[in-house]
Ligand binder design. Structure first.
Ligand code: UT7
Length: 329
């Protein structure tokens, strides 16, 4: 059978226990709670002190599997989005597969930065549409604390850690996606591994590769306020619906002002926008999945609702998925 849409059988998330409040940043940076709240909407975020990315992903995945009533053996494909994985290889997806005992699955990571979960939903739907795989475990797990420059007040206060997951099957509801990347803007956020010196000559460290995040916040801000509405409009157009037909939008949680500006451009009331940025900051690709799980568990999003997930991030990547929420329950 060819599926046109997605069924979200279950969701879950994991957040580390340690809470870093805005006040804590005041102790080591020239910043203030007032500046952070006004400019970003963030009040606190979670930091994974000792928990690796794959472990956060595993915990979120276990909750999603439990919620779905699906066993690890039933999973055919594991897609994990991360740009902060613990290993260059193997993938976080393979590590999580091993922990879960998902012995019938194949597994891979997707690196599309903060737009990763939207990219993964698009990919999941395409795999399910072919009928080659029946059940997908999608995970987004990130530890931005591992790449954050805690001496740079322009970026240090933004990022947090966490993971979200969903168990997906094919469905017959509405689904459309619109994905984009704009590498000409890519210099505005990057994080490069330090290079080694090689015994053959060359390979000399260039000096700029710190392993930490560099971001031109103002440029990314301008990009995001254009990209988010454009992606939502493109996905709605492909779905054959108007933006006003959406019940909820779950945006990447990067900055409350970006979210509000995008909502205004789209003429969408804020009651239709799911936001948890005040609690968790920017968790990159995990932010949409964590927010989706919270919104479902709160009973805010219900079966039949038309939801849109929209993200943007390093690349620069951006994109949106529009779908009718079906739980299969
Ligand atoms: O998911 C990845 C995508 N990333 C993003 O979406 C980030 C997009 N950008 C942003 O969210 C915003 O640009 C920031 C929150 C990063 C910065 O906010 P802004 O309103 O654009 O501030 P700004 O960079 O224009 O800086 C304004 C002032 C500067 O001081 P001067 O030059 O005017 O004296 C900054 O040095 O605010 C200063 N500043 C701070 N002050 C207190 C920057 N960071 C801080 C800080 N505390 N943490």
């Amino acid at each position: 059978m060819n599926f046109l849409g997605l069924t979200i059988l279950g969701t879950g998330h994991y957040l580390p226990e340690y809470i870093a409040s805005n006040r804590e940043y005041e102790t080591f940076l020239d910043t203030s709670d007032e500046w952070i709240v006004t400019r970003t909407g963030m009040r606190e975020r979670r930091i994974a002190l000792d928990t690796p990315v794959w472990k956060m992903g595993e915990m979120a995945a276990r909750k999603a599997l439990d919620d779905a009533g699906v066993s690890p053996e039933e999973i055919d494909l594991i897609l994990c989005t991360t740009v902060t994985g613990d290993f260059r290889y193997p993938s976080a997806a393979c590590l999580i597969q091993g922990q879960l005992g998902a012995k019938n699955a194949f597994a891979m990571d997707i690196a599309a930065a903060c737009a990763g979960s939207v990219y993964a939903l698009d990919m999941a739907r395409r795999y399910l549409a072919t009928g080659d795989v029946k059940t997908i475990l999608q995970i987004s797990a990130e530890a931005l604390s591992q790449t954050t420059d805690y001496t740079d007040r322009g970026t240090a206060i933004l990022f947090g850690d966490g993971a979200g997951a969903a168990v997906l099957r094919g469905g017959d509801g509405l689904f459309a996606s619109a994905l984009f990347s704009a590498p000409d803007c890519g210099q505005n956020i990057h994080c490069a591994f330090p290079r080694r010196s090689l015994p053959f000559g060359g390979g000399t460290p260039a000096g700029e590769e710190t392993g930490l995040t560099y971001m031109n916040g103002r440029e990314v801000y301008k990009f995001a306020t254009r990209a988010m509405p454009a992606a939502v409009q493109a996905a709605c157009q492909r779905a054959g619906i108007g933006v006003e037909d959406l019940d909820y939008i779950i945006p990447h949680q990067a900055n409350l002002r970006i979210i509000e500006t995008a909502a205004k451009a789209l003429k969408v009331p804020l009651e239709k926008i799911c936001v948890n940025i005040q609690k968790y900051g920017n968790t990159s690709s995990a932010s949409i999945m964590i927010c989706l799980d919270e919104s479902l568990r709160e009973g805010r999003i219900k079966a039949g609702d038309r939801i849109c997930m929209v993200g943007f991030g390093a690349g620069l990547t951006y994109g949106a998925v529009v779908m009718e929420y079906q739980s299969g329950k």
